[in-house]
Design a protein around this ligand. Structure first.
Ligand SMILES: Nc1ncnc2c1ncn2[C@@H]1O[C@H](COP(=O)(O)OP(=O)(O)O)[C@@H](O)[C@H]1O
Ligand SMILES: [Mg+2]
Length: 391
């Protein structure tokens, strides 16, 4: 089955669309990436997403839901055209959606008990209507409904693609937030552990944006950070954040590491008279520490660590990771037959495939869910497999 997976992460840099050939049943799938298209958001859309995620009104959330639906549909169409796949060949779309709020820590409400919630937008009805293709969306909700955090969900795909019989491996995504998946040797899904380690590109992007008055929104290649020096006092302060010391299961986002966090970081930096370069260099070493610190909750160190996500293109961050994991080898997904940029979108193609196969794809040990569940909500398309949905 050819499936298109869509991922728009917390960095809000754009949407990735992966065209994936998936075969097989259960947890033994043959997954082949046929092609990828990364659509970068316009500065206006990116700014709007960041605004909505911090303090959007209900009207703004409502509007953005439909707007992103159109943007996602166009990304699917471009991905199909560029990779010479026709809409008839694509049987399914899996769309994670744009997270605008994620509240995994339960709040107790009288009469109903503990409530956790999350909100990913980008209307699947628009995607299914524009493309004619059945669309699976809202993957996190069902896991939350059984007491899980709803995230991270990509570790399931990490397991399918990167597991090894004889060696323990860590797979790390350097997205807006960084998350680690620990795949112990022996290839057992039930023994996989994973959690969000803390902020990653989200912090670096915000610092460079504020530090350059919006002229630069990404420290491309880590050029600013390369010229800076790590400040040990600020590093200690950054490493003191309570989230970093909470044991897993845990997941996070802009609610903890968004605008107000970055403002506090800047106050600390000003008190220490740090330049933007020093601040970014310290940020890179901080991120490397938070990832390496995952070890405190793991029984054993890995034989190797595989990295994906936009952060692999930051040379300073990469050199900090090499240093902190030495002598454990670190590799980019691109160097092990996969794709750093496409992997997360590819994962949502896999998760959508499992939804319609009726296979549970949350990992309860990872999310804290009470039991495995079939993830996602299904929006019928207008042709092909969707006819089966007419009862
Ligand atoms: N050439 C680059 N140099 C440095 N950082 C980059 C580069 N390209 C992308 N990034 C970083 O990666 C981020 C996007 O990574 P991505 O994996 O898409 O994260 P998310 O899943 O949160 O959207 C950008 O916001 C930026 O911080
Ligand atoms: Mg992205």
């Amino acid at each position: 089955m050819i499936v298109v997976g869509l991922m728009s992460g917390t960095s809000a840099d754009g949407v990735d669309a992966a065209v994936v050939d998936i075969r097989g049943t259960g947890h033994r799938l043959a997954i082949k990436l046929l092609g990828h298209y990364g659509h970068s958001y316009s500065p206006r859309l990116r700014q709007h997403i960041l605004h909505v995620a911090e303090r959007g009104t209900v009207a703004e959330v409502c509007h953005l839901n439909a707007w992103l639906g159109e943007v996602f549909a166009k990304a699917v169409q471009t991905a199909m055209t560029r990779n010479r796949v026709s809409p008839k060949q694509v049987k399914l779309i899996g769309s994670h959606g744009q997270t605008v709020h994620h509240l995994p820590v339960p709040k107790t409400e009288s009469g109903v008990g503990r409530i956790r919630s999350t909100l990913q937008i980008g209307d699947p009805a628009v995607i299914a209507e524009r493309t004619g293709i059945m669309t699976v969306s809202d993957f996190r909700a069902r896991d939350l409904a059984v007491g899980g955090e709803g995230a991270p969900l990509v570790p399931y795909a990490h397991f399918l693609v990167f597991r090894q019989k004889t060696a323990t491996r860590w797979v790390v995504n350097l997205g807006g937030i960084a998350n680690v998946t620990v795949i112990p040797r022996g290839e057992r899904l039930a023994s996989v552990q994973a959690f969000d380690t803390g902020p990653c590109n989200m912090l670096l992007d915000a610092l460079v944006t504020l530090g350059t008055n919006g002229r630069t929104t990404i420290d491309r290649g880590g050029r600013f950070a390369q010229r800076g020096h790590v400040h040990s006092g600020l590093l200690r302060w950054l490493l003191g954040h309570p989230y970093l010391h909470r044991p897993p299961p845990k997941s996070t986002g802009r609610e903890l590491f968004g605008e107000s966090y970055v403002k506090k970081v800047l106050v600390q930096a000003r008190q220490r008279h740090l330049s933007l370069n020093d601040l970014l260099a310290t940020g890179c070493q901080f991120i490397a520490h938070t990832i390496r610190d995952a070890q405190q909750w793991m029984a054993q160190m890995p034989a190797d660590v595989v990295f994906g996500g936009g952060g692999v293109r930051n040379i300073r961050l990469w050199s900090e990771l090499l240093k902190i994991f030495d002598p454990i080898p670190v590799r980019r997904m691109d160097d092990c037959g996969s794709s750093s940029q496409a992997f997360e979108s590819q994962a949502f193609a896999v998760l959508a495939y499992q939804t319609i196969q009726g296979v549970c794809a949350n990992v309860p040990r990872v999310t804290g869910a009470r039991h495995p569940v079939i993830l996602g909500s299904v929006t019928p398309g207008t042709s092909g497999t969707s006819k089966k949905w007419v009862l």
